[in-house]
Design a protein around this ligand. Sequence first.
Ligand code: GRF
Length: 200
Amino acid sequence: KSIVILVSGRGSNMEAIVRAGIPGARIAAVISNRPDSPALAFAEAQGIAALAIDHKAYADRSAFDAALAEAIDARDPDLVVLAGFMRVLTDDFVRRYEGRLINIHPSLLPAFPGLHTHRRALEAGVRVHGATVHFVTAELDSGPMVIQAVVPVRDDDDEASLAARVLEQEHRIYPQAVRWFVEGRLQLGGDNRVRVVGAE
Ligand code: GRF
């Protein structure tokens, strides 16, 4: 199965997926909307096609999304992976990749959709926090969930310590979700639910 990964920044989740060396998975390209993303340098060093499509060069969101879709479709991927991709995508874009577009969100959805999840978790006083891999639908951070990881919130946590604990789990569950997809084990029901079928 061929995979295109979209990033905006550091790219540690992309790196975790690449390093997992998932059998049957080929990373066809890594695309960043920020030309200076360290993720592109890592991809290039791995011999993976690395592309920058700078959103600032486009008049509006739909022009940017059209350019992005064109670059993705040139690779004809089975799966598009959002890994710290910080642009909100248009409904058209999301519909085009329905059922083959996944994202990781740093909270236990449906808690804390949107930005600054770790700060908000600390403010809310929750005792557990975590991360969620989900299929992307038109509504932000709300598509069918594939896998979640839970971490404890400690009394002395700050945003950075909590983020680091969650990130470690992201690096475990994102490759796992991609592996399931590649193995054909993810079934998307019409009820907004995912079933993970077959044996480990
Ligand atoms: C991750 O915490 C991800 O959940 C969030 O943005 C961060 C991206 O980190 N959406 P990286 O670029 O994968 O290192």
